[in-house]
Design a binder for this molecule. Structure first.
Ligand code: FAD
Ligand code: DHB
Length: 402
């Protein structure tokens, strides 16, 4: 069936998450046109509650590309985190150890800033598309077919960026056998809440407790974000607010009487946890970025930051290709991204293993975890490793990579 509407652009981007929208913005700054298509509504992506921690490199990138105004006003700059175990807190001082910090600024606020900047620059984002299919990406004339406003549409483009998340259509469209996937599924998930209550501490607290892991984060000086380890398919109806507060208070308890501030809970959700990597992250003229190519468990706060690092590399390599006609940088896209991805995989797995309770863990395993926490909080070398990885590795461009 011929499409009723044909659009032409240089880069067709599938997915308006952080990867797709940031890529579209970075390409625009390079003078390259793109069209973003998204299955959800604008309101949905601007309200979806997800990540909250930006590495210093992500913050620098947003600032350098004109996306930092609201983040600088409303984001919370943190210079450390607390690790809590055996009823005591231990601060890891990122600033003293690395000279860097992180910024707490919600992912959906980054999304709002990106949609605003793309829209004001005349960028095309088509929301509520359906039946998305990518075709001919092993040729020099890739195409994206979809339905929009009741019409069959086609985007003809030079390259496709698959930024459609873990459950998108781009990765599965690659012929069987061309990609190798590595996966690890964890036997637990996180129950996350947002509460109208001032955070009980100025910095994030990661707690290892015999009842399971818990994390205190925040969104504003009035809103606390909290997570507790649960079953991956936990039934939320079994968790009335009182039970959530009771469990959180137990896991954060200290010998000197720490209490979380409680308040009305206005959002609840359960997230399953997995590690996943696709190698390579490209096939023909299709480039996968962000969660479409890799997933990390959230303990290291790396998912959104990896998405930003991928599209930083991809936009540079695409700009080089359009400017010079050479695909040499694009050819190295996967190699450059995967080095950082595997470092982040290791860090996220390590933080997860250090802080969570595994059902089959023995007394020995728990003692070993506590010994490692003791080392991380008392050895400068061990604390520096955590601080370097948490605040983020430098962003590397294809031209700078050796
Ligand atoms: P996504 O954000 O998933 O965006 C993909 C987009 O593609 C979506 O909008 C989707 O609707 C759209 N889409 C899907 N299929 C199609 C299709 N067929 N056609 C068109 N569009 C499609 N990361 C951190 O860095 N720090 C944190 O603190 C952190 N905490 C987290 C906490 C939670 C509870 C969760 C769930 C995640 C967290 N993450 C964190 C991970 C982070 O949210 C993700 O890594 C990030 O959203 C990845 O961005 P993305 O653009 O690759 O994918
Ligand atoms: C948040 C999420 C994380 O996964 C994390 O490690 C730290 C903070 C958050 O949502 O604020």
């Amino acid at each position: 069936m011929p499409p009723s509407r044909t659009l032409r652009t240089q880069v067709g981007i599938v997915g308006a998450g952080p990867a797709g929208l940031l890529l579209s913005h970075l390409l625009h700054l390079e003078g390259i046109e793109s069209i973003v298509i998204e299955t959800q509504t604008r309101a949905h992506i601007e309200e979806r509650v997800r990540a909250g921690v930006l590495e210093h490199g992500t913050v620098d990138l947003l600032n350098a590309t004109g996306l930092g105004d609201r983040m600088r006003r409303e984001g919370l700059v943190h210079h450390g985190i607390e690790l809590r175990f055996n009823g005591r807190g231990h601060r890891i001082d990122f600033h003293a150890l690395t000279g860097r910090g992180i910024t707490v600024y919600a992912q959906h606020e980054v999304i709002k800033d990106l949609v605003a900047v793309r829209t004001s620059a005349g960028g095309q984002i088509l929301f509520e598309v359906a039946e998305v299919r990518i075709e001919d990406f092993d040729t020099t004339a890739p195409r994206i077919r979809f339905q929009h406003d009741g019409e069959d549409c086609l985007i003809a483009c030079d390259y496709i960026a698959g930024c459609d998340g873990f459950r998108g259509v781009c990765r599965p469209a690659v012929p069987a056998g061309a990609l190798r996937c590595y996966e690890k599924v964890y036997p637990f998930g996180w129950l996350g809440i947002l509460a109208e209550a001032p955070p009980a501490s100025d910095e994030l607290i990661y707690a290892n407790h015999e009842r399971g892991f818990a994390l205190m984060s925040m969104r504003t000086p009035q809103i606390t974000r909290l997570y507790l380890q649960c079953h991956p398919d936990e039934d939320l109806s079994l968790w009335p607010d009182d039970r959530i507060w009771d469990e959180l208070q137990r896991r954060f308890a200290t010998t000197d009487g720490f209490r979380l501030n409680e308040g009305p809970i206005f959002q609840k959700g359960v997230t399953a946890m997995r590690s996943f990597v696709t190698e390579p992250m490209q096939y023909g003229r299709l480039y996968l970025a962000g969660d479409a190519a890799h997933i990390v468990p959230p303990t290291g706060a790396k998912g959104l930051n990896l998405a930003a690092a991928d599209v930083f590399v991809l936009s540079n390599a695409l700009a080089h290709a359009f400017r010079t006609g050479s695909e040499a940088r694009l050819a190295r896209y996967s190699e450059i991204c995967l080095r950082r991805v595997w470092r982040a995989q290791h860090f996220s797995w390590w933080m997860t293993s250090l802080l969570h309770r595994f059902e089959d863990a023995s007394g020995f395993d728990h003692r070993r975890q506590l010994a490692e926490l003791d080392q991380v909080t008392s050895s400068c070398a061990a604390a520096t490793t955590l601080a370097e990885n948490y605040t983020g590795l430098p962003f590397t461009l294809p031209g700078e990579y050796s």
